[in-house]
Ligand binder design. Sequence first.
Ligand SMILES: Cc1cc2nc3c(=O)[nH]c(=O)nc-3n(C[C@H](O)[C@H](O)[C@H](O)COP(=O)(O)OP(=O)(O)OC[C@H]3O[C@@H](n4cnc5c(N)ncnc54)[C@H](O)[C@@H]3O)c2cc1C
Length: 441
Amino acid sequence: MKKQRHITILGGGPAGLAVGYYARKKGMPFTIYEAGGRTGGNSVTLNVEDFFFDSGAHRFHDKNAEMTEEIKGLLGADLKRIDIPSKIYDDGKFIRFPLSSMDLLKNLGPRTFVKAAGEVLRSHLTPGDGGEDFKSFALRAYGNTVAGRFLLNYSEKLWGATCDRLSAGIAGKRLEGLDLKSFVIDSIFGSRGEARHLEGSFFYPEGGIGTISERLAEVCAEENIRLSSKITKILHNHTRIQGVEINHVDSVDTDEVASTLPLDFFLGIMDPPPPEEIVCLARGLRYRNVVLVAFFLDKESITDAATVYFPDFRIPFTRVYEPKNRNVSMSPLGRTSLIAEIPCQEDDDLWTMGDDELIGLVKPWLVDINWVKEKDIIGATVSRLDHAYPILEMGFEDKLRRINAFLEGFGNLRLSGRNGRFVYSWIHDMMAFGKEIVAGY
Ligand SMILES: Cc1cc2nc3c(=O)[nH]c(=O)nc-3n(C[C@H](O)[C@H](O)[C@H](O)COP(=O)(O)OP(=O)(O)OC[C@H]3O[C@@H](n4cnc5c(N)ncnc54)[C@H](O)[C@@H]3O)c2cc1C
C-alpha cells in the first residue's frame, strides 16, 4: 500500500493553518511549526483586561464566494455581516467612505466636486499601458484632484516609498478597498453606478478576527501544532527539501513541505545556501512593519466608522479603528477603545521607539481632532507587527519570477502566505492558497 505523505508546514499564521485545515479534511498527516507561543500570526485578537482589539484593522472580505462559505461553515452564527462606512480625515473634516453625493459636495465644495468627478469619469475612458508605476497609474485612473488629495500621500505613508517607486498593478489592489472611483461614480449616478463598496460591507467574527485563526487551529488539532518551534535551517539536496532544523537544535526529515515563512528569510536559511544571484534578489525584497498604539477609553463611543484614514503626512498614523464598531463585545459596557496604525521599516526610529514615546506621539492628535480628552484615557498599550506586508516596489515581479523559478526546482516544496509568496493578499486568499496546495497532493 502507498505510504501516506506527511506535510511539514512552516509557520502557523492563517496561511499555515489553512494548509493544515485542508490537509485535515483530506485526511493527510501534517505538522505545523510555529515560532511564536500562539498560532494566528498577524491575524490575531489581542486582549488587555476587558478590552479586545485585532492586530490591525481587519475584516473578512466577501471576495471569494467559496472561501466565504468555508468561513461561514467554520464560524456559524459567530460570523456576522457588518455594514458600516469608513471615513477619510481631510483637512479637519471627516469625509464619508463610501461617499454620498451630499457628503462629497459638502466636504469638497461644488467646484472641486465637479472638477474631481469630471477628471475621474474622463480617466475611466483613458486606456493604460502595462508596467507603469503607482503614481502614473493613480493620476491616470483617478485624476489629479482625487489622486493628489487622497491616494498619493496616503500610499506613500502606508508603503514607505514614493509612489513612482511603487508598482501600479498590485499597489492598485489596495485601492479595491478604497474604490474612490466607484464612490465618485455612485455619488453622481446613485444606485445606477457600478460601485462595489467593499469598504463598507464585510464579515466580522464575534470575539474578533482572531476567532478565524482559532477555529482553524482547532480543526488542525493541538497534537499537529508545535509552538515555540522556530525553523532555523532548511536542509536540501538541490532538488528536494530533506529536512528542517528547529530552534537551532533538533532536525526533522521532511516529506512534503509547505512554507509560509517570509521568502527572504526562507532563502537565507537554506543549507546549502542558494546561488549568490538568488541571495541578492532575496535581499531586494522589502517588508513593511506596523506599530499599533491602542488607547482604552472611559467613553461610550468615539466614531461611527469602521476605519478612519489619515492621508496627512503630519499625522504619524495612517488609520485608526474603533474595535467596538465591528463587534460590541470588543470593549466592556460603556467604554470603548481606539487603535492607531503606524507603518514603518525595521530600521526606523518608530519601530525601536519606547512604548511611552509612541503613546505620547499619537495622543495629541487624538485630542487635537476632538476625539478624546486626557481624562478619558484609562490605559494605553503598544503592539508591534513585523512583516506586516510585502512592499511592492517597481521591478519586484521580475525578482519574484526569478526566485520562484529557482524554488520550483524543489519537487516537494510549496509556498503559501502573504510573505511566503510575496503577494499582497488577504485571509480569504490564505484559505484559497491552502486549498490549492492540498488539492495538488
Ligand atoms: C495591519 C493589517 C491589517 C490587515 N487587514 C486585513 C483585512 O482587513 N482582511 C484580511 O483578510 N486580511 C488582512 N490582513 C492580512 C492578514 O493578516 C494576512 O494576510 C495574514 O496574516 C497572512 O497570513 P500568513 O500566514 O501568510 O502570515 P502571518 O500572519 O505573518 O503568519 C506567519 C507565521 O509564521 C511564523 N513564523 C515566522 N518565521 C518563522 C520561523 N522561522 N519558524 C516558524 N514560524 C515562523 C510567524 O510567527 C507567524 O505566526 C491585514 C494585515 C495587517 C498586518
